[in-house]
Design a protein around this ligand. Structure first.
Ligand code: LLP
Length: 429
């Protein structure tokens, strides 16, 4: 694969020199290609527009939730889904229209639900019986009728890592369909004066390559509503569309996932003689994942004869926990000279005090020296979003790049930030 470079042979992102970015903003540094994000959103939209059916694309903010990304998403005219008071606060602070937000989550608190209702969040995706009760009370108190969807766990196992598979029956998310809990919840919701039940939501998992699970899921949701004698206004098929991290990953284009869901629901609407329901999808990873790279500075190395070469960088599991948590694979590129001949097979490790602190398990790279800049590809989803201060490392900065320009959208944390919430202990004095 050949990477874009400038006359200095440096890796570029949208014509911006990554070595310059590393110099200006420091490393580790998350860099996002905003045009790439816009293109993906537009590709999703185009599928629905061509089919001329009502739709909502809701960016799953959990993949990367900052004010700047919510602003880009709002500019593109799509909705967003939040899963905590903090994500909701961030979206609102970004100026995101509350009516275009949905709120997911299996244990939303009374305070979070109140905040959402008071702010005018468009749709609450109700997950469980307690939430049904709380939300009804809160809506009544605030004299509104809240639009909701019911989240069901469809009992479909997606072929992905166990930790990111959510649709199987043994799942903490949603109302169980098989045991009849979903129908019970439906009967409560449809008769509640303070809740306006618009439809159903079912999400099967994340980083999925195959359309079969999505097709089965969409069909099951439609069949379920029909079996309840009900015509839903909305069917939300969730997110989970897989992306390419390494050459082994062969995801379909995002349009094909959307098309598969549309195909099934069109057929079901015809079969049941329904007005075409609004189709909602909630992609997170596929919108931001491929658009992000993380830049690191190379430091020490360790060569274990006949066993392995370790290259260490100035970040690691604190800015990308996915390899340690899910055995996720990534690829890296020498940003100083991305298209140079490869020389040795290495493992790229981080600087954290943990053996599983790996960024790239195994890859051939050119000869590398301390101070070189390494870019890890496709880190835009669940990287910054899952970043931590483990070992009291400050979290990296985030830069957006578009049309040859760059802008800092999250500042780098400092040591002062790390102690800013700490308080001295004085009781033992
Ligand atoms: N909608 C719901 C209800 C979800 O639970 C999720 C992801 C999404 C949408 C977005 O899925 P996406 O399009 O991003 O695959 N931390 C894990 C991923 C957890 C996904 C959780 N739910 C990872 O790093 O792989």
């Amino acid at each position: 694969m050949s990477y874009p470079t400038n006359t200095n042979q440096h890796l570029t992102i949208e014509d911006v020199d990554t070595i310059e970015l590393a110099k200006k903003y420091g490393t580790p540094l998350y860099v996002y290609d905003v045009s790439h994000i816009r293109q993906t959103i537009r590709a999703f939209k185009q599928v629905f527009e061509q089919e001329k059916i009502p739709f909502v694309i809701s960016y799953a903010g959990k993949a990367f939730a900052t004010k700047a990304i919510y602003q880009v998403v709002a500019q593109e005219g799509i909705h967003a889904d939040v899963v905590s008071g903090g994500e909701l606060y961030t979206a609102l602070a970004a100026g995101f229209p509350a009516a275009h937000l949905s709120f997911n989550g299996n244990n939303k608190s009374y305070d979070e639900l109140t905040f959402a209702v008071k702010q005018g969040v468009g749709t609450i995706i109700v997950d469980n019986f307690l939430e049904l009760k709380l939300l009804s009370e809160i809506a009544e108190k605030n004299a509104i009728k809240q639009d909701i969807l019911l989240r069901i766990s469809p009992g479909i196992s997606a072929h992905t890592h166990e930790f990111i598979s959510t649709g199987q029956q043994d799942s903490k998310f949603g109302f169980d369909l098989i045991s009849g809990q979903a129908k019970e919840a439906f009967d409560i919701a449809i008769n509640d004066d303070h809740l306006n039940l618009r439809g159903l939501h079912a999400h099967i998992g994340s980083q999925i390559f195959d359309v079969t699970g999505f097709e089965q899921n969409a069909a099951l949701v439609a069949d379920t509503a029909n079996a309840w004698g009900w015509q839903p206004e909305v069917i939300n098929a969730g997110g989970g569309f897989g992306i390419k991290y390494t050459d082994e990953d062969k995801p379909l284009p995002e349009s094909e996932f959307a098309q598969a869901i549309i195909r099934v629901l069109k057929a079901k609407a015809a079969e049941y003689d329904w007005k075409m329901p609004e189709i909602w999808i909630e992609p997170g990873r596929s919108i931001v994942g491929p658009a992000g790279k993380t830049l690191y500075t190379i430091g020490s190395r360790k060569d274990i004869p006949d066993i392995r070469h370790y290259l260490a960088v100035d970040g690691g599991m604190g800015d990308n926990i996915r390899p340690a948590l899910y055995q996720a694979n990534y690829t890296a590129v020498l940003a100083n000279q991305p298209n140079a001949q490869t020389e040795e097979v290495v493992r790229v490790a981080g600087k954290y005090c943990e053996s599983g602190d790996v960024l790239v398990w195994q890859q051939a790279l050119p000869a590398i020296k301390p101070g070189d800049i390494l870019a890890v590809n496709a880190t835009g989803a669940y990287g910054y979003a899952m970043a931590s201060n483990y070992n009291r490392n400050p979290r990296p900065a985030v830069v957006f790049v578009e049309n040859g320009q760059h802008q800092l959208i999250v500042e780098r944390e400092t040591f002062e930030h790390l102690v800013s919430l700490d308080r001295d202990y004085t009781l033992g004095e």
